[in-house]
Design a protein around this ligand. Structure first.
Ligand SMILES: NC(=O)c1ccc[n+]([C@@H]2O[C@H](COP(=O)([O-])OP(=O)(O)OC[C@H]3O[C@@H](n4cnc5c(N)ncnc54)[C@H](OP(=O)(O)O)[C@@H]3O)[C@@H](O)[C@H]2O)c1
Length: 236
């Protein structure tokens, strides 16, 4: 079976560049959207040229030009959108709906993936592995490898062990944390605090059973994912 053609949107981004690399490494015909708005952003242009050198195809387009997006997605089988959804960097969640409109009109796309994620290179590897895997059809892939599931306290202990430094701990109750969010705060800061609350106080990334999906490290045991200690050691 020939490998699916993949279009990466947001290819020069923090996650996007890793997805482009994983797609090329795993032998997929790889296409990257080259936005007209890039103008003279030299670093991005150089990165795009390096993708081209490695075998990727650059497709020109713009989110302000619907037809250009339709033409771009018509050339591939799969679209992976790695535009930012985080509030502390470029923030473009709703802009992605334009891509969804183009995909609907083009009518040929069998997989659409959006973002979420852990070690960034592992994320990219797992993401690309799902592309032609029939077990992942219409399913969500969760990245929850057993050895990387730690509480915040365990994470702090790991860092102390790796760095040899003992950190001063300050515990903030759930109530105090919530009370620290003020209505007059910048919306992006409030969104960040809400995320922290859901993740660290409610445990929203772990406190649910995987029912309609698969866990990446179990589905692809051949991938040696980065363990937390290795990840932390990079920051020494
Ligand atoms: N470890 C993790 O699990 C992890 C870490 C970081 C991020 N993430 C997730 O990954 C996703 C991508 O985040 P990121 O940090 O990679 O994002 P990013 O680097 O801030 O941006 C991604 C790309 O979006 C494109 N973009 C930016 N502004 C745009 C605009 N106005 N119109 C069209 N495209 C625009 C750009 O790509 P081009 O210029 O190439 O078009 C940009 O490089 C987010 O959902 C985030 O939550 C996960």
């Amino acid at each position: 079976m020939s490998k699916s053609k993949i279009l990466v949107v947001g290819g020069t981004g923090y996650i996007g560049k890793r997805v482009v690399k994983a797609s090329l490494d795993q032998g997929h015909p790889t296409y990257v959207l080259m936005r007209r708005e890039l103008g003279f952003e030299i670093e991005k242009l150089q990165m795009l040229l390096s993708f081209k050198k490695q075998g990727a195809h650059l497709i020109e387009g713009s989110f302000s030009d619907h037809q250009s997006l339709v033409d771009a997605v018509k050339q591939v089988d799969v679209v992976i959108c790695t535009m930012s959804g985080v509030q502390f960097r470029s923030h473009n969640i709703l802009l992605q709906l334009k891509l969804v409109d183009a995909i609907k009109e083009a009518g040929n796309i069998k997989v659409v993936k959006t973002s979420c994620f852990m070690d960034e290179d592992d994320v990219a590897t797992y993401t690309i592995k799902t592309i032609d895997d029939p077990r992942m059809l219409n399913k969500t892939l969760y990245l929850r490898p057993d050895e990387n599931i730690v509480t915040q306290n365990q994470l702090v202990e790991k860092w102390e062990k790796v760095s040899g430094v003992t950190l001063r701990r300050e515990h903030i109750s759930k109530e105090d944390f919530l009370a620290s969010m003020k209505l007059d705060m910048d919306e992006a800061i409030r969104a960040a605090l809400a995320r922290i609350y859901h993740i660290f106080y409610e445990g929203c990334m772990m406190n649910f059973e995987i029912e309609e999906g698969e866990e990446a490290s179990k589905l692809y045991p051949e991938v040696r994912y980065t363990r937390m200690d290795e990840y932390l050691a990079r920051y020494l």
